[in-house]
Design a protein around this ligand. Structure first.
Ligand code: ADP
Ligand code: ASP
Ligand code: MG
Length: 405
């Protein structure tokens, strides 16, 4: 029997009516002769609501308690989805991440999956049940509940598809697939029939929240081909898979905007070997992921380091830097949160020139100032004023003719 892993996101299970509709979809997949494993997210907005409540009772809640709390959202929808299926006469069972055999490392709020024990799910599939697994969570070796970072239900689905050697992995969401830009921001964005892992990874890590970036990394590592599609219709979606030669014919595949980054400037530090190492070691020890890094060297042996971090880590970053400032010759830390990162992504950049010039000119034509620039083999990113980010996305989209691809 073919085996399918389906993941339904927060909007798709947003209320009881939608959960019932999802149950019908799952039933139809099973009636077609498939074994079905389903991953569900919390109802849309629930995770944010829980975070807000945590902050209302304690400005800096501990990460273990945060995970205890956030795991609830997904537990509600799994149980309801299993009940809805049972109501349709389909045998179904719901599991937390831990019950489903998903073991993670010890870090709370962004834990990594270490292993999956497929036996509990295999046993249920053999008994003819649909298995509904809570997304975004696992258990560590001490039996503590952990969560996998925002958007982590995507990772649960892809990791389960790999561990269970599924024939198909479908990520159901509230748009028809992966578009050339966020279709809510760029109205003439186009749905892509397919995209390479690397492009999807760069778009996801640049702010396209349609897929969690770590889930794409996982899919690439284990060769899990997956389809992003809508749970509200039956249109074909976007296939995410290994790069094939003809993909390079398109220079830019998509545009992404990230408004959740903060810029930190550490100014007036000594321009000598070891200064940057000390600054970034402090951030690494605090488990903070640094994105863009720029160093300016001034006169008199003084340098400034500018970098971006996720906004949720700003406070932690500033705190972790305090003890090293003296060691790097004094220095001041300044934070700017009203920024956005605009990125253009495409494997075709490997073989085409002039992409940066075209992007910078398009932004210049509408007087959008560029603050920081970084590039990779298949991506160019710029930091700009957050107020102009959506406009910049439309301008870049048009400059590369993406409405026509
Ligand atoms: P889910 O709850 O199903 O996981 P998300 O809200 O996490 O859904 O992701 C889907 C959203 O991602 C869409 O509603 C869309 O606004 C946004 N998005 C951003 N960039 C893109 C893109 N390039 N293609 C499709 N959707 C995108
Ligand atoms: N509920 C979690 C979040 O909102 C995980 C997910 O939806 O994928 O981030
Ligand atoms: Mg999501």
């Amino acid at each position: 029997m073919p085996r399918i892993v389906q993941k339904y996101g927060g909007t798709s299970v947003g209320d009881v009516e939608r959960i019932k509709r999802v149950a019908e979809r799952i039933k139809a997949t099973r009636d077609d002769g498939n074994e079905v494993v389903v991953v569900v997210s919390a109802r849309a907005g629930v995770t944010n609501e829980l975070i807000a409540r945590a902050k209302a009772v304690c400005p800096e809640p501990g990460e273990r308690e945060m995970d205890q709390l956030l795991a609830i959202g997904e537990q509600e929808t799994t149980a309801l989805a299993a009940m809805a299926l049972q109501g349709l006469g389909v045998p179904a069972i719901s599991y937390t991440g831990g019950q489903a055999g998903i073991f993670t490392d010890k870090s709370h709020t962004k834990a990594k999956i270490k292993t999956i024990n497929p036996r509990p799910i295999e046993r249920d599939l053999k008994a003819g049940r649909v298995v509904i697994v809570a997304g975004f969570q696992g258990i560590n070796e001490e039996g503590q509940i952990t969560t996998l970072g925002r958007g982590g239900s995507d990772l649960t689905a892809i990791a389960l598809a790999a561990a269970l050697q599924a024939d198909k992995c479908e990520i159901y969401t509230d748009v028809d697939g992966v578009y050339t830009a966020d279709p809510r921001v760029v109205k003439n964005a186009r749905k892509l029939p397919e995209i390479s892992y690397d492009e999807m990874l760069e778009l996801a890590s640049s702010g396209s929240k349609v897929m969690q970036s770590r889930s794409v990394e996982f899919a690439k590592k284990y060769g899990v081909v997956f389809e992003v599609r809508s749970s509200f219709n039956h249109n074909p979606g976007t296939l995410v898979k290994e790069e094939v030669a003809y993909m390079e014919q398109v220079v830019v595949r998509g545009v992404a905007v990230d408004k959740d980054q903060a810029k930190i400037i550490v100014s007036n530090i000594l321009d000598k070997p070891g200064s940057a190492a000390k600054v970034f070691r402090a951030l690494a020890e605090a488990n903070i992921v640094v994105d863009m890094i720029v160093q300016n060297v001034g006169r008199h042996g003084i340098a400034n380091l500018t970098f971006t971090v996720p906004q949720t880590d700003t406070h932690k970053a500033v705190k972790s830097l305090e003890p090293v400032l003296d060691e790097v010759g004094g220095g001041q830390v300044a934070v700017h949160e009203h920024i956005a990162k605009l990125s253009v992504v495409g494997v075709g950049m490997k073989t085409h020139s002039g992409v940066a010039a075209l992007l910078f000119q398009a932004l210049a034509d509408v007087s959008i100032n560029i603050d920081l620039i970084t590039t990779s083999e298949i991506k160019i990113s710029v930091v700009i004023d957050q107020d102009r980010a959506d406009e910049a996305a439309r301008v870049a989209h048009a400059a590369f003719g993406l409405e026509r691809v």
